[in-house]
Structures are given as C-alpha cells and as structure tokens.
Design a binder for this molecule. Structure first.
Ligand code: GLA
Length: 369
C-alpha cells in the first residue's frame, strides 16, 4: 500500500472518532444496589460531545459529571461516592435532590392556614433540607429514560405522603434531567399537592472544576446578585435584604472564592437574591477555574441561590477516586427560594395549593475558556 493511502486511511479513522466524542447520544442503566427493599440504579447519560452525567434514582442524585478541560481531558467535576453505600450513609447532600424544603426552617415550625406544623429539628435548633429522611434518602420511580438525537432524558418521580417529615399534603414530585449537546444539564421540577403545603426543591451538587486536585478557593466566581439575606447565628435570615456592594459578598464582578473568605466568619453560606422574583429565567452565576479552563454557568427561574463554600467538609469523607473531601473542596450553587420563607411573609411565597403546579427550572452549563 502506498504511504499516501495509509495516511488517508489513518486520517479517515481519526476524523470518525475524535477523542472524547461519541457518534451518538446514549443512556445506560446499571443495577446499583437496594434501598428500602427497592432496586436502585445508576444511569449514565452521554452526549455526542463526550460529556457524561451519572444520576441515581436513590435521592434523584447527580453522582458524577464528566466534562473536558481546555486540553480535552475528561474529568469528574462533582463530589460524590463510587458506590451506593456512600450515599446511604451520613453525608452533606452530595448531588442530591433536596426536599421538601431546601435550606432551613426556623425551629422546625411554620403556620399555614392557622395550623401549626412541626418538623424535625435536625440542624442545631432548626430544620434543614427536608428533615431526618429527606428526598435525598428516598428511591425515586423512573418515569422516562431515553437517548434522543440531540439530548438524553431521565425523569424521576416520588410520591411524598401527607405528613411525611411533618409536611402537609400528598405531594407528587417529578424531576426531569436533560443532558444537551451544549453541555448543559437542564433540571426541571414539577409538583402537585392535595393540601396546601410549602415546597422548595434544589439540587445540592458540590462542584470542583479541578476534579479534586485542589480546593475551590482559586475558582473565580461571578454571582449576578446585588443583595443577600443576612442570617442570625443559626443561619436563619433576619428578614432584611442587605446590599453586597463594598462587602466580601460582592461577586457582581469576578473574584476568587478564597480572595476575601477570611473576612467571612465560617466561609460563604448565604442566600443571594437574584435579579428576578417573578419566575423569569435568568443567569445566576458563572465560575471559571483558570488551570483547567473549565467554566460553569448556572441559570434559574428561582429567586435565590445559596452560595456555599463547603465550609463543613472536614476531611472525614473520602469520595470518588479516593479524594479526601477537606474544607472548601467543593462549592454549591443551590438555586432556591429564600431560607425560612414559610416564616417570613416578606419573602417570595413557597406555598403550593391543590390545583396548582409547581414548576422550576435550573440549568448548569459547562464550557472551556
Ligand atoms: C447548605 C446549607 C449549609 C450546609 C449544607 C450541607 O448549603 O446552607 O449550611 O448545611 O447545606 O452541609
């Protein structure tokens, strides 16, 4: 064979399988174990760009997100565990769908239509992230799972019984994850209730765009938010909105997360009011990690985002790939309604009534710079 023919054959071969790219989208299902006597799965969603997202029906949890760096190296950029047992044990909500109420409700109590509801107090004196057995510890049903031409879709649902964890109403919750060809994960939530209730769903992914090689203090953050809801010593909002301008909470222009963190006692763990309150879909945040070149953008219909700098990670958990999760090894951008809204009439309402449909959309988009 002539050298030119061999060269042509090699070129054709490589053009057909660029490293990291796939000729088709795909969705694979792995039996991952059991919880509450039900089978648990881990789904692998892959797009044609080579991006891979793994999601379990245990807690509707995002377990891995593999995205390229500026050299094309595909790595996992979220904290999590290799096996189901890690998620069944104590952990700080890695990748989970948090519900019924993301973040805190003061003293685990609220009043709705003159009835006082009592919830578990599982975080100091307050209720946090849905209680003792929140949505993150339940097995969801698989409603839809398919790979389409230009997206991969996984829809999971859960029926939360009236008074589960103290909350009123039988609540049917559905979350749909869509992986797109633009390297986005679109998370759509939908819920209906048969009694008035309160609801605030969020995703609790901890991102580390270095893939755990370093902490997240060098990541550069922009938060498109002009005010925060300051909290008391138990992390319950005082009710006021405080402008971020001139404070270490101002990320309206890019700053490394670590640049001013020493001026924030305990680190960042605060709700930002986004530039929408009406359910319009806006950009909330952009994070750039200079060494890998990876960029994460977050968009949402929610009025707020909890920026949490992984303050309570303390090196006691070892996760994916043997990485020890020390303080600030991950950050969260939990799109949400404001903490303690059931007790704060001035905050946007979190009440869901029978006949209404709760809908929220959050998109995490990955790229390189
Ligand atoms: C949220 C809270 C934090 C912490 C984590 C989980 O981000 O705001 O205070 O509870 O969840 O550890």
């Amino acid at each position: 064979m002539k050298t030119s023919t061999v060269l042509l054959a090699v070129l054709v071969l490589f053009a057909g399988c660029k490293p990291g790219k796939n000729s088709e989208t795909s969705l694979a299902t792995l039996q991952w174990g059991q919880a509450d006597g039900l089978p648990v799965h881990q789904f692998t969603l892959a797009n044609k760009q080579g991006m891979v997202v793994k999601i379990s029906d245990f807690g509707a949890t995002i377990t891995q997100i593999w995205v390229p760096d500026k050299k094309g190296l595909l790595e996992n950029v979220v904290l999590g565990f290799d096996s189901l047992s890690g998620y069944q044990g104590e952990h700080p909500y890695f990748g989970a769908l948090v519900g019924r109420y993301g973040n805190r409700i003061a003293k685990g109590m609220f009043t709705l239509n003159d009835t006082v509801y009592t919830l578990a107090v599982n975080n100091g004196v307050n209720h946090l992230h849905g209680g003792l057995k929140g949505f993150n510890k339940h097995v969801f049903s698989v409603d839809t799972a398919y790979a389409a031409a230009d997206s991969v879709v996984l829809a999971l649902s859960y029926l939360s019984a009236d008074r589960e964890e103290g909350y009123p109403g039988n609540l049917k919750v559905q979350v749909q994850y869509v992986l797109t060809e633009n390297n986005e994960i679109k998370i759509s939530y939908k819920a209906e209730t048969d009694k008035p209730t309160v609801l605030n769903l969020t995703n609790h992914s901890y991102f580390n765009l270095t893939s755990g090689k370093e902490d997240i203090l060098g990541h550069q953050l922009v938060l498109l938010a002009d005010s925060i809801t300051p909290t008391d010593s138990t992390l319950i909002p005082t009710g006021i909105l405080a402008p971020v301008s001139g404070t270490p909470f101002d990320f309206t222009t890019p700053h490394a997360i670590g640049e001013r963190i020493s001026q924030v006692p305990g680190g960042y763990d605060i709700n930002y009011k986004l530039r929408n309150t009406t359910g319009t879909f806006v950009k909330a945040a952009e994070v750039y990690e200079p060494k890998s070149g990876r960029v994460l953008e977050a968009f949402t219909t929610e009025p707020g985002v909890q920026f949490y700098s992984g303050n309570f990670l303390d090196g006691t958990l070892t996760g994916f790939n043997g990485v020890v999760y020390k303080q600030h090894f991950g950050f969260c951008l939990e799109t949400q309604h404001f903490p303690d809204s059931p007790n704060q009439p001035a905050f946007p309402s979190v009440v869901l009534k029978p006949g209404e449909t709760y809908r929220q959309l959050t998109v995490y988009k990955f790229s390189i710079r």
